[in-house]
Design a protein around this ligand. Sequence first.
Ligand code: NAP
Length: 293
Amino acid sequence: MSARIIDGKGMAGALRARVAAEVARLATEHGVTPGIAFVQVGADPASQVYVRSKGKAVSEAGMRAIDRTLPVETSEADLLAVIAELNADAFVNGILVQLPLPKQIDAHNIISAIDPAKDVDGFHPLNVGRLARGLPALAPCTPLGCVMLAKSVHASLEGVEAVVMGRSNIVGKPVMQLLLAENSTVTIAHSRTRDLPGVCRRADLLIAAIGKPELVRGDWIKPGATVIDVGINRVQVDGQPRIVGDVAFEEVAQVAGAITPVPGGVGPMTIACLLLNTLRATCAALRLPCPAI
Ligand code: NAP
């Protein structure tokens, strides 16, 4: 194996510690504890695991986690009422609605109802638009984490040939915006892209966010490239459940210069960036300068 393994878990731990230090400072100097509300409709086991691990990270950073789990039959109107209540609550600095929502609820209507200043997921249309305009915005957590991981390898991303695989609203498109803000040259690839391996081979920086287990092979990689694997795919290997990324790790690591593992790469950075966004939202609400983290 030739590639350097990018230690997302270690980087996330360090980021969480820096956020926790700023949270402690807010408490001492301003008597404020950032609060984040987790809104979940129904008891989907996978969502519960995510919410629990995010809640634990929030508490460990010295923030308050507010659990708003609602019955699966909750109507859109009732959920909108909960969002309005959280928007008005000065002790709530961040609101996170766990997706997917049950089919009687239009997720777009709910996300659009969140106060953009508390939209720590960065999915509100105002934040999406501000990011696209290159204005300060709460940006989605996974893309923020991807760019931080890439910057741990490339001191500057300016002029870097970046290929983003996937054009979803939660990963691919915001990653593209963040990379453009770093002055990278960005190509977005998707399911209709012709000659996907050829497009990927152009990349100095390849970010794979497609949800296809180990689709990206060793011969798709430019020697020395940086590979950020966002994919989380549950597969069976020899009858045992395993989580793999969108990248065939062993093969790709022979060619790449640096690569994120799955698990232990992008995933931990996503949670750390949620804490960072909540800290930023709290500072903005208090009209305090955003800490340089
Ligand atoms: P998504 O909404 O399903 O979008 C997948 C994207 O990949 C689409 O743009 C799709 O193209 C493209 N695609 C699918 N198959 C392809 C193929 N064979 N070749 C080229 N492009 C292809 O997925 P997502 O929500 O962005 O998530 C992507 C992956 O990241 C999933 O495995 C998810 O679990 C993971 N994820 C991880 C984290 C984390 O914290 N680590 C966070 C979020 C997501 P079209 O647009 O043409 O359909």
